[in-house]
Design a protein around this ligand. Structure first.
Ligand code: SF4
Length: 547
């Protein structure tokens, strides 16, 4: 007789999937969402908290539901990164907020850009970073000012609804959608329709966790690391449409998305998006937040089962099979001066690691308007692109952007260094990132000025302040994950775990993480310089960094 074991008699634990009957919350986050739907918090902010001030805020709203409107408390100044994991929330958090404005597709008119700058000057101590999700992020926001900010944003067609939270976050789109000479198709109508139909819809406001969407006719939005992505592809019989990818995501268990092998025409993208997000809502894992992203379900099911469930239970029809999308030879960041398909030009300009300001945004809006443009786009590489510029206006625009701190002809280092928010404002951070990125760029520009012309493509260097991957460290040439490390004198200091050789597109894959491959913050520039010099000295003809 087989020995009687506890394992044999224990019922398998479910993953908290609603579709399998787990409707009772299995953790405090799920409980909070069930007890009071997150979108309800807006009325309390407007009617109670904005009048009562910070101390009137219910903690479950403060640290939970506020996110559905783009609000997080920011980190208290001076709290040491080594203590991040051990402190209580109230010891870490300031009485001010980070406020994220969703900019779907990164698309703004110059009036909207100027407004974002004015709001930063009025309410956010002139902070206004450009994020790698095409958003704008403010700091130093007082709860008392939030209703006035919303009113001004919404009057201009912008909002912070579901900029964070377990909800459909901002939808990425190609920064050059509709103007690029080589795009397969313009996905903008689908982006606009998804936003119009579903953002703020209570039916999709309680997802297991965040849900990231990318649409692009040009494969320039890091589609491999999204929960769902629609990538432009020409179908041999049906023409231009989109290839569907699901289940990508980074953070602590990075996974690349997988193709469903399905081709979708532009007008059907919103319906298919609804089907995919519904699968996530109903079958996504809700027991553990660490397993609640769509990627875990896709990993367990595989693409075939996922497509089958999507088709039979949600769409009620078969999707057409389709080919894989073309892969750009090099990552597209749209920096510099480029010709549009209508003969005019677009100009992509770089702040340093997304660090912008209200005054910078206002200056950029004015410069664009003086050059005859009414449109700008923010990019997934923390850059800003001015569209629709006549050739005669290019020199003046480039000079004005550079004067504003947005360089249209940046060095490879300024062009390719990205950084997350880091310890300056983020409660999860362990190390400083933005100021360190600035220092790194300045020093590399001086030290490597003689060899940068030898780089066919800039070497991407991404800095994260903690093990989360807001700056996509696993898919950078040199990815830097902030942590406390031991220096040569045995002291515990700020530093980074290095990931080497990650990439997207042709080189899609995660960087190698060698356990002992760590660098202190003070050694960072020396380290990057050494790696770049070694790469240039040892590469074969045309060999890219990740190869
Ligand atoms: Fe904060 Fe970590 Fe994200 Fe950086 S990576 S913004 S430190 S959560």
């Amino acid at each position: 007789m087989a020995p009687h074991t506890t394992a044999r008699t224990r019922r398998p634990r479910g993953e908290g999937q609603w579709a399998l009957g787990y409707r009772e919350p299995l953790n405090p986050n799920e409980r909070a969402k069930k007890d009071d739907p997150p979108l309800n918090v807006r009325a309390r902010i407007e009617n109670v908290y904005a009048h009562g001030g910070f101390d009137s805020i219910d903690p479950s709203d403060l640290r939970g539901r506020f996110r559905w409107f783009g609000l997080y408390t920011q980190r208290k100044a001076g709290v040491d990164g080594g203590r991040t994991a051990t402190l209580e929330p109230e010891e870490l958090e300031d009485r001010y907020f980070m406020l994220r404005v969703r900019v779907d597709g990164g698309a703004l008119t110059t009036e909207q850009l100027a407004l974002l700058g004015e709001l930063a000057e009025t309410y956010a101590r002139d902070t206004a970073d450009i994020t790698d999700r095409q958003n704008v992020q403010y700091h130093w926001i007082r709860i008392e000012d939030v209703p006035a900010i919303w009113a001004k944003l919404e009057a201009a067609g912008l909002s912070t609804t579901e900029a964070c939270g377990d909800s459909p976050r901002v939808i990425l789109n190609s920064p050059v959608a509709g103007i690029a000479a080589d795009e397969v198709i313009d996905g903008t109508p689908a982006v606009d329709e998804i936003r119009r139909r579903y953002v703020g819809d209570p039916a999709f406001a309680n997802l297991p966790r965040k849900f990231k969407t990318a649409v692009s006719g040009l494969a320039d939005v890091a589609h491999e690391i999204h929960d769902v992505a629609f990538v432009g592809v020409e179908h041999p019989e049906h023409g231009p449409g989109f290839d569907v990818w699901v289940g990508g995501g980074l953070s602590t268990n990075p996974m690349l998305g997988v193709r469903l092998g399905a081709w979708v025409p532009l007008e059907e993208v919103p319906d298919v998006w609804e089907g995919v997000v519904s699968v996530f809502r109903d079958y996504g894992y809700r027991r553990l937040r660490s397993r609640a992203r769509l990627k875990f379900l896709v990993k367990d099911w595989g693409a075939e089962k996922f497509r089958d469930v999507l088709q039979t239970r949600y769409l009620g029809r078969e999707l057409l099979d389709g080919p894989a999308p073309p892969v750009p030879e090099a990552p597209l960041d749209h920096v510099g001066v480029h010709r549009q398909r209508d003969g005019r030009y677009y100009v992509g300009a770089a702040p340093v690691a997304g660090r912008a300001s209200g005054s910078m945004l206002i200056a950029a809006a004015k410069a664009a308007e003086r050059a005859g443009s009414g449109r700008v786009r923010l990019t997934p590489q923390q850059k800003l692109v001015v569209l629709d510029v006549a050739e005669a206006e290019l020199d003046g625009l480039c000079t004005a952007l550079a004067d504003a701190g947005l360089d249209p002809r940046p060095s490879p280092w300024r062009r390719s260094v990205m950084a997350c928010t880091g310890i300056e404002f983020c409660k999860l951070a362990i190390v400083e990132t933005k100021a360190r990125a600035r220092q790194l760029v300045d020093e590399l520009e001086q030290r490597l000025v003689g060899i940068q012309a030898g780089l066919a493509h800039p070497v991407s260097v991404h800095l994260n302040g903690c093990p989360n991957s807001c700056a996509r460290i696993q898919v950078a040439d040199i990815g830097l994950k902030g942590q406390i490390v031991t220096d040569s004198d045995g002291r515990q200091v700020e530093g980074f775990q290095v990931h080497l050789g990650g990439g997207l597109g042709l080189d899609a894959g995660f960087g190698r993480k060698l356990r002992k491959h760590k660098v202190t913050a003070t050694e960072l520039t020396d380290y990057v310089e050494r790696v770049v010099r070694n790469y240039l000295a040892g590469r074969a003809d045309g060999e890219r960094f990740a190869q």
